[in-house]
Design a protein around this ligand. Structure first.
Ligand code: SF4
Ligand code: SF4
Length: 454
């Protein structure tokens, strides 16, 4: 065979190999539309290159063949080119307004139990009263009669959150009066290893800034409205991964069970890290579900663990938004972690899949809104939470719909590399993501038959 034949043969094998990888991966993931389409494309790819191979000696076919190979080489070269137009600069920290925990929907939902606090809050924020009062009348999440209620398994996630509530006391604790001789660098290395050893898929360190802290406490009646002092030092941010197969069932009890499981896991690791740091003689506090004084997502971004996505959550470079976070704050000045750009923010500008799939249009479909004094992705929490209370469960459809919510396999690693090169690759990847996996996710009105694996 001549050199042209060898190159054509190589193109045939490379294209078919990639499509076979896509077919096998999709079969393992239960993505049947992607399986059939990749097999169809593979058959077309084989037919095309074999026809070209057999007819390449004809004069017209020869020039077409050469032109095609040149185009293919240009396409591969462009795909590898790393170029993104300059990205917007992050806001100056001093321009960011601190978030008041009393404004959070979880805090506002609790006001129904505390008429005195409700009077004080809605006196200052009358615009929230009509919607909040409607939400207050709805049953609690997991209550009987709600769409995804199950008499046997709903109490499991209720138990997880109840346990988290009861372990709040372990967030802080006594500090060893004898301070360790270990250096900050040694402690940082140990903390990063310790968190991974106990199950974190990623962990990073960020220097604490005032805007990382809530301005006032608001989640509980006890201490409601008390100012939160913005501490100095460092935050250790712990990332745990949610099982994408369970999140693929969102919204349903299956997805809630998984998110509650990972809140427990993240809390376990954070409490252990905080305990370890206190044992070395430095104050430390764990921030876990329902017991935060800091905002996890901005801290995770500053710790180099990912970027802010349109859906208002962290996009982790490997696990996308399919993660849960916990934080440990400490007065220790630990060396900060460095992340790497993977340009999710640029992808979010063209993607909008979470916004299109959000049942209540809580996610902005246009530009980033200006919230708390700076332009960034932020969802309409009232619309989101109102939907949760309507279905009696948290939702997570946006996490499920996000193209970054994929398992960490060879195929998805290749795609993640591809979309981190340039905006053209991102547009092509989005087109194929829509084609192979579909743009709209179906929402089931009932729980799947199997709620927890046997
Ligand atoms: S959790 Fe559901 S309702 Fe809330 S923003 Fe995501 S998709 Fe929308
Ligand atoms: S679905 Fe698309 S737009 Fe939304 S967070 Fe994921 S990548 Fe960004």
């Amino acid at each position: 065979m001549d050199w042209l034949g060898w190159i054509d043969g190589l193109a045939l094998l490379a294209g078919s190999g990639l499509l076979l990888l896509l077919a096998v991966t999709s079969w393992r993931e239960g993505e049947w539309r992607a399986v059939w389409l990749s097999l169809l494309f593979m058959a077309a790819n084989i037919f095309f290159w074999v026809t070209l191979l057999l007819s390449r000696h004809a004069a017209t076919a020869l020039s077409a063949n050469l032109a095609l190979l040149v185009l293919l080489a240009v396409f591969i070269g462009l795909s590898l080119l790393k170029h993104f137009p300059s990205q917007p600069l992050p806001p100056a920290p001093e321009t960011i307004e601190r978030f008041d925990e009393r404004d959070h929907m979880f805090s506002r939902d609790q006001l129904k139990f505390h008429p005195g606090l409700a009077g004080s809050y809605y006196g200052e924020h009358p615009q929230f009263r009509p919607l909040d009062e409607k939400i207050h009348l709805r049953p609690e999440l997991a209550a009987p009669g709600m769409v995804y209620h199950d008499p046997v398994y709903s109490p499991v996630f209720a138990a997880a959150f109840s346990l988290l509530d009861r372990t709040r006391a372990a967030a802080g604790g006594d500090v060893n009066p004898e301070r360790s001789a270990a250096t900050a660098a040694e402690i940082a290395a140990a903390v990063l290893r310790l968190a991974r050893f106990y199950g974190a898929v990623d962990v990073g360190i960020a220097p604490l800034r005032p805007h990382h802290f809530y301005s006032h406490s608001g989640r509980r009646a006890e201490g409601w409205g008390e100012p939160i002092a913005a501490g100095r030092g460092s935050a250790v941010v712990v990332v745990v991964r949610m099982d994408w197969k369970m999140i693929a069932r969102a919204p349903s009890l299956v997805a809630v069970l998984e998110s509650s499981r990972q809140y427990v896991e993240a809390a376990k690791i954070a409490m252990l890290v905080a305990e370890y740091i206190r044992g070395l003689g430095y104050p430390a506090r764990a921030h876990t579900d329902g017991n935060y004084q800091v905002l996890c997502v901005p801290l995770a971004i500053d710790a180099g663990l990912g970027e802010l996505g349109r859906l208002g959550l962290l996009i982790h470079p490997v696990h996308g938004p399919c993660v849960r976070l916990a934080v440990v704050t400490s007065e220790l000045e630990l060396p900060p972690s460095r992340g790497r750009d993977f340009y999710a923010a640029s992808f979010c500008r063209i993607c909008r899949k979470c916004a299109d799939n959000c049942p209540t249009r809580a996610i902005p479909a246009g530009e980033e809104p200006v919230v708390r004094g700076f332009r960034h992705w932020s969802i309409k929490q009232e619309k989101c939470f109102e939907f949760w209370k309507r279905i009696g469960s948290d939702c997570a459809v946006c996490i499920r719909a996000c193209p970054y919510t994929k398992p960490d396999t060879l195929l998805h690693r290749l795609v993640r590399f591809y979309i981190s090169r340039n905006p053209l690759n991102q547009r092509l990847a989005l087109f194929f993501d829509d084609l192979f996996y579909g743009r709209r996710k179906k929402i089931s009105p009932v729980n799947p038959d199997e709620i927890l694996p046997a």
